[in-house]
Design a protein around this ligand. Sequence first.
Ligand code: C5P
Length: 235
Amino acid sequence: MNAEIDRVRDQLIVALDYPNIELAETVTSNCGDAVSFYKIGLQLLPVSGMTLSGALRQQGRKVFLDFKLHDIPATVEKATRSIVSQGGDMLTVHAEPPVMKAAVAGRGDDPDLKLLGVTVLTSYDDEMLAEMGYAYGARDLVLRRVDQALECGMDGIVASALEAREIRERFGQGFLIVTPGIRPAGSDAGDQKRVATPADALRDGATHLVVGRPVNAAEDPEKAAVAILEEMASA
Ligand code: C5P
């Protein structure tokens, strides 16, 4: 089983959704070598999240910087350049063509930072998209945005695992599909609407799974992460 777990370890990204880096560091040290990839997002970024990112990278961990950039092209390009200067393994921007083109320009030829387009947040369903004025439901909007992301030169996309299979069927291999909204069977969905189990997400073509509350709100985060890795390894 250990070799199987090693095979999938880099595909599990644990979201460090905590109010301060001290709490996040408690969890990363509790998880030890079990978890190799962490996501630092909007909760930690304003409170020294980039300092934590640097420290994790120094320890040989990978870091997904979930900035979800969304601004005018000039600002996105400059923001991406600033992020490249600090280092990171993945960066998210919203999957709108002008935003993605600016991020690709800002990344320049840094080979390390993978750019991901956030297609449609996994907390949205069709009804919510209609209410916000979108003419497309989640599935169609995701597929349109994947097409545009690949066209813009992005390395991959963020979508729900429920869309992963169709994305792979339509657009083939060779790009990253990162899926949040992962829930081991029987766990609470919280505010997520489009959820899947770890095994299903991998089987459907996801390359990386983002897991937040099932690990970061668990009494023993390491144990929770290892249980998810075992499920991934058996997929
Ligand atoms: O706790 P949970 O597993 O729902 O956390 C999912 C994580 O993935 C959160 O940090 C959230 O910000 C992030 N995310 C998401 N949906 C996206 C992109 C990122 O839930 N489309």
